[in-house]
Structure formats: structure tokens, C-alpha cells
Write a protein that binds this ligand. Structure first.
Ligand SMILES: [Zn+2]
Length: 490
């Protein structure tokens, strides 16, 4: 097989480049075409690896004078030996059939036989078109694109982002390795390796095999209880490593929380508090104060009407941990959870209200909002040793709350609709989804309301006005009644 490719290659080279010297070879990269030096020697086409490395932003250096040359990319180092066809990557040695050549102080490599090696070194899909004498570097080619670790109160969530993948295999091996094989996977090694996080991993390997991709993670934590599945929107393999010390929620217990026949208890969560100021406006308005006032107004409306009862996660300016917020919600057996916030952006022109529900973010702006709101909780989780997570036994046995996703999306839409009707003083940014930690811990339909942008001058002024705060509270309340009317009779 290789021999036929080689013969075909030699024929092509023979036909199209009759031993020409100093030709240019095309490199298609980042949507453009670049030229690098090449030449044919003994019917083999060589190209300048030194120039290609420059295009990649990588480096070719002399390792020891006259002996070996190193090609250093972000993820790996490859050693070449002058006049030798062998190269070394880590512990493995490969044969390029033809020796490397040094000319004018530059490293030249045989195009046809080196390209499969380059394809493994570089994170992009690299292919060689012998016909057009073109190296194609395609960064959009992958279907295994990224990796993420999310610490949860009861364990660790690992996500491998894929596209168009139907199948995967997962197995454990000695030394706390977790191996995920993805048939027909083409993996963006650089991207995945960049997610190597010492907090969760002792070691990590990402392999591109000819028919599959393999991701191997050597975890810090013991793999105890594990669940995994293929999720969509975005496509990803979701692996939940669950702490066994957390008391499993039994079926009978589960019936006590979440919506029963009645939707009558609302948990209102004013974001931030105490040392966590939340976002701060240009005139010094503090998110933690504004949202507490709106939350209190909402509670007042609810208590006056007696359709629902209301519980606030905090009634004063105090710091609450993620665990405390979600414990209150679950222990108080809420039917709906509403976290109230004010948004922030480096773009001062950004303004308006927006209602979020819990699901993986689909766009950068939603992801940014979740990052903003998760920041304090992340710091909190990061500062605690593993053992302290075990106390948080209120969190349920699975990690991503998907049970009430449809209801939560519906609730978000209903609240947004009443915002649209009642709040005309600022923009309507609609509903969106993102991964908010605080929503993930509560076992009931839940939304996070970004009332307005504290970083926008006009919005900041609104947030400081009693009328706007009352309007916002009323809009949320109308949405709650709408939700009750729809779901209680089901
Ligand atoms: Zn906030």
C-alpha cells in the first residue's frame, strides 16, 4: 500500500516537477495561501520545515551542534537527525524513508512521508495534495473539539465536545485512568491538551489513531460512581464522577421536593451579598444591594396576594455560599427558584433585561453571563479541599439538572413575556440558556433574571429607581402566576 502511494507520488513528482530546483510550494492556512521553499532531490520533494514552522508560529532549533534539530510545537517536540530518515517524538521513533536535508541553514523534510507525522504533531488537520503540491492546514475539520472540567458540589463533571459523533467507548484502566475512545473521531489535540488542569488531573493523553480518537485522563479523584451519556446542544460526551459519600436521594425523598400537585412556594435568591458585591455601576451602584431590594419587593407582593408563599435565601447584606443558597431552596421545598441579578459588560452600550434557564450555553454572550455569575462560587469551590465537598449532601445524585429543563425554559419565557409587557424603559434581550451553578443545585424549575445592565448609564439609573424595581418585581410575579396556571392543573 505505502509502496503504491510512494510510486504514485514519484510518478506525479516526475511528471510535474522534473528535478526543478528552488520551487515554491503552497500552504493553505487560515483562509489564505502562503508560499514556502521546496526542491526535488532524487525524485523526492522536500519542503522547508523552518518556513512552515514560522507559518505555524512554532520553532525549529538546533538541539546540539551538528547532531539534531528540534521542531517545537505547543503540544510536542520532534527531533530530527541530520542525514537520517528517523525522527523521534517522545519515546517513539518513526521512519520517514528519506533523510532530512539541511540547506542554507534550513531544515528540509520529505513532503509525502512527513505529512502524516505533521498531522499528529499539529492540532489542525494537515493534508498533503501531491497533485497541486499544496499543504492544506484546516482548523475546522475536527469532530472532537474541546474538553471541560466542572467541579460540582457532589463530584466532577467532565465534558468532551464533539460534533456528529454517534458512538463512543469508555473504560477504566489501572492507575486511575479513564479512557474515552471515539470511533471516526478527529481530535483537536492542542485544544484538548490546553485543558490539562492539575486540579483534576495527574496526567493526560490525547491520541489520534487512524480510525479513532482517544482521550485518556488520569484523574486525581478515585473513580467511584460514574455515569456517562451523549448529550446534544451542544453535542458532547458527558461523564459524571459522583462522590459516594454523598447520601443518595431515595425515590421517596425525591417526591418531597420539586413540584407536587401545588405550585405555591417561591424561593427568591438575591444574588451576591456581603463581601461579594456583584457587579458595580459607573456611579457606584452595587448589584448586591439592588437585587436584594427587588427580591424584597417581590416577596412583599407575593405575601400580600397569598397565591404563593415566599422564602428569601438572604434578607440582609450577607455572604451566602453556593451550598447555603441551594440548601435553603431544597430544604424549604420550593416549587420555583428565582435568582435575581444585574448584568455587567465591558461594552457600556449593552443594556436590557434577560431571563436565563439552566442548560449549556450556546453562544459566547450567554457563556459570559454565566462566567460572571459563577465567578464567586468558583472561587469558593476552588479554595476548598475535596473533603469539604462531602458535606454538601443536599445536592442530588446526578450533576446536570435536566429534570426541570423544559419547565424552566417555559418559566423563563413566561417571565420574559411579562417583562416585555410591563417594562418598557429598557431593552428586551429575550431568554437564553447557560450553565449557572446556583441553578444546578436546586431541584425545581428555576431561572436567573438579569434585570438590567448596571454598567450601562441609563440602566444604572433605572436600577436606582424605586419605580423600576417595583416594575421588575411585578413582571416576575405575573410570570409566576402564569406558570402556576399552566402547570398546576396538569
Ligand atoms: Zn449577579
Amino acid at each position: 500500500m505505502t509502496r503504491y502511494v510512494l510510486i504514485a507520488f514519484l510518478l506525479i513528482v516526475g511528471l510535474f516537477s522534473p528535478a526543478a530546483q528552488g520551487e515554491l510550494l503552497s500552504v493553505q492556512i487560515s483562509g489564505g495561501t502562503e508560499k514556502i521553499d521546496s526542491f526535488v532531490e532524487k525524485d523526492v520533494l522536500y519542503f522547508s520545515m523552518s518556513q512552515l514552522a514560522e507559518l505555524f508560529g512554532d520553532r525549529v532549533t538546533w538541539e546540539e551542534i551538528g547532531l539534531s534539530i528540534a521542531y517545537q510545537s505547543a503540544a510536542s517536540k520532534t527531533l530530527f537527525f541530520i542525514d537520517s530518515p528517523f525522527l523521534r517524538m517522545g519515546d517513539s521513533v518513526r521512519n520517514m524513508v528519506y533523510p532530512v536535508i539541511i540547506r542554507n541553514g534550513e531544515l528540509y523534510l520529505p513532503a509525502e512521508t512527513f505529512m502524516p507525522v505533521l498531522n499528529r504533531i499539529r492540532p489542525e488537520k494537515v493534508s498533503w495534495d501531491a497533485h497541486r503540491k499544496t499543504i492544506r492546514v484546516d482548523s475546522e475539520w475536527y469532530n472532537v473539539t474541546d474538553l471541560a472540567f466542572s467541579p460540582k458540589a457532589n463530584g466532577l463533571l467532565i465534558e468532551i465536545f464533539v460534533s456528529g459523533i454517534k458512538d463512543y467507548e469508555i473504560f477504566q484502566s489501572e492507575g486511575n485512568w479513564l479512557n474515552i475512545t471515539i470511533p471516526n473521531g478527529t481530535v483537536n489535540r492542542r485544544q484538548l491538551l490546553s485543558r490539562r488542569d492539575k486540579e483534576f488531573l495527574l496526567d493526560m493523553n490525547v491520541l489520534q489513531n487512524s480510525g479513532s480518537a482517544q482521550v485518556s485522563l488520569r484523574l486525581r479523584r478515585k473513580i467511584d460512581k460514574m455515569t456517562h451519556r451523549l448529550q446534544t446542544d451542544p453535542d458532547r460526551i458527558q461523564i459524571s464522577l459522583i462522590d459516594s459519600l454523598v447520601t443518595p436521594i431515595t425515590t421517596s425523598e425525591m417526591k418531597k421536593v420539586g413540584p407536587d400537585d401545588l405550585i405555591d412556594r417561591i424561593i427568591i435568591d438575591p444574588g451576591h451579598g456581603g463581601s461579594d458585591y456583584g457587579a458595580i455601576g459607573h456611579n457606584g451602584t452595587r448589584e448586591k444591594e439592588v437585587v436584594l431590594d427587588i427580591a424584597k419587593r417581590l416577596a412583599k407582593i407575593i405575601r400580600k396576594d397569598k397565591v404563593f408563599s415566599a422564602v428569601l435565601t438572604r434578607e440582609k447584606d450577607e455572604h451566602l455560599s453556593l451550598a447555603e443558597r441551594t440548601r435553603i431552596a431544597n430544604e424549604e421545598k420550593g416549587d420555583i427558584f428565582i435568582s435575581i441579578h444585574a448584568n455587567a459588560s465591558v461594552k457600556r452600550s449593552a443594556r436590557g433585561f434577560q431571563v436565563f434557564f439552566l442548560a449549556p450555553a450556546k453562544n459566547d454572550s450567554a457563556r459570559a453571563v454565566a462566567q460572571l455569575e459563577n465567578a464567586t462560587f468558583l472561587a469558593e469551590l476552588g479554595s476548598q479541599p475535596d473533603s469539604q465537598y462531602d458535606d454538601l449532601s443536599h445536592i442530588l445524585s446526578d450533576m446536570i439538572q435536566t429534570e426541570f429543563q423544559a419547565e424552566s425554559a417555559d418559566l423563563a419565557a413566561m417571565i420574559e413575556r411579562d417583562f416585555r409587557r410591563k417594562v418598557n424603559s429598557t431593552e428586551n434581550r429575550g431568554i437564553d440558556q447557560a450553565g449557572f451553578y446556583v441553578l444546578n443545585g436546586v431541584y425545581m424549575p428555576s431561572v436567573l433574571v438579569e434585570t438590567a445592565f448596571i454598567t450601562n448609564r441609563a440602566d444604572e439609573q433605572l436600577l436606582n429607581s424605586k419605580d423600576f424595581r417595583e416594575e421588575v418585581a411585578l413582571a416576575i410575579y405575573e410570570g409566576l402566576k402564569r406558570f402556576k396556571a399552566k402547570y398546576e392543573n396538569k
